[in-house]
Ligand binder design. Sequence first.
Ligand SMILES: NC(=O)c1ccc[n+]([C@@H]2O[C@H](COP(=O)([O-])OP(=O)(O)OC[C@H]3O[C@@H](n4cnc5c(N)ncnc54)[C@H](OP(=O)(O)O)[C@@H]3O)[C@@H](O)[C@H]2O)c1
Length: 296
Amino acid sequence: MALIIDGKQVSQKILAELKEKTRELKETKGITPGIALLLVGDNPASKSYVASKKKACEELGYFSIVEHLPETTPEAEVLKLIHDWNHDERIHGILVQLPLPRHINELKVTLSIKPSKDVDGFHPENFGRLVIGLPGFRPCTPAGIIELLKFYKLPTSGKHIVVVGRSNIVGKPVANLLYQKNPDANAIVTICHTGASDLRRFTRSADIVIAAIGKPKFITSDFLTNGVVVIDVGINRVDDPSSPKGYKIVGDVDFDDVEPIASAITPVPGGVGPMTIAMLMKNTFLSASGELKYEA
Ligand SMILES: NC(=O)c1ccc[n+]([C@@H]2O[C@H](COP(=O)([O-])OP(=O)(O)OC[C@H]3O[C@@H](n4cnc5c(N)ncnc54)[C@H](OP(=O)(O)O)[C@@H]3O)[C@@H](O)[C@H]2O)c1
């Protein structure tokens, strides 16, 4: 029986600590953490992510602005809004919900966010800081994975970790975090992608596999060896006529097939997913409190 890594429980613990620290910050320094959330268009998944982030802000006592603009909003209007938030002292974190409509250049928008308010950690300055080990905002999902491994005392130092997926928001940053020379990382990391003609050759040699692929139940037990730790980042909607919504969420790992041979595994839902919002709230708190020394 594998240890089930309970991201819901860990995230609730982090959020409860943040709530207490937020109360103290308000009392001692008169600072209320503030976040600005931008949603452009009506993508249902994006709307639900933004609603969850707003709810988390309310529960923690953060100040939040949610701007929901129509799909046809010109790029210049989005850039102007971010410019204003960059200069708004009430706002310590700016989050633009991706994907943006096709006529808006995502990179341009990401670059327009002041790096010291980039609580998503997507700005190239923050990514560069991550790579060379300087303080900066770490992307939320990868940071959440590190927190889960730490919480369950699953060692990474000297371990071979195979990350399947090289996206800028998950695969690349988590791989870069995990090989850093510090006790919470120090792993030997392999990044796999569609260029791997025999993916099993890599995943079978892994102590820890991190799946960030975007393909439902792609990783099955034949990809893995006994005792492996499995972190499933995938969030995939698959048809499920028995569910009132008509679909269910599954990960990139075939949980039922893999769990018997794994030593620890994250479920979907309830594994990595809840950690993402918790780390966003943590980044915003660090920005507001000044605990993150952004300067070199
Ligand atoms: N839990 C959370 O909060 C959270 C946050 C973000 C994302 N997600 C989920 O995580 C998953 C990955 O997201 P993402 O944004 O990283 O996805 P992405 O940008 O689509 O990247 C997918 C990666 O998987 C690789 N890949 C696809 N098929 C493969 C195969 N057959 N063999 C080896 N590699 C393969 C791709 O390789 P190439 O580069 O060669 O195309 C790519 O690098 C999605 O299900 C997403 O919904 C969850």
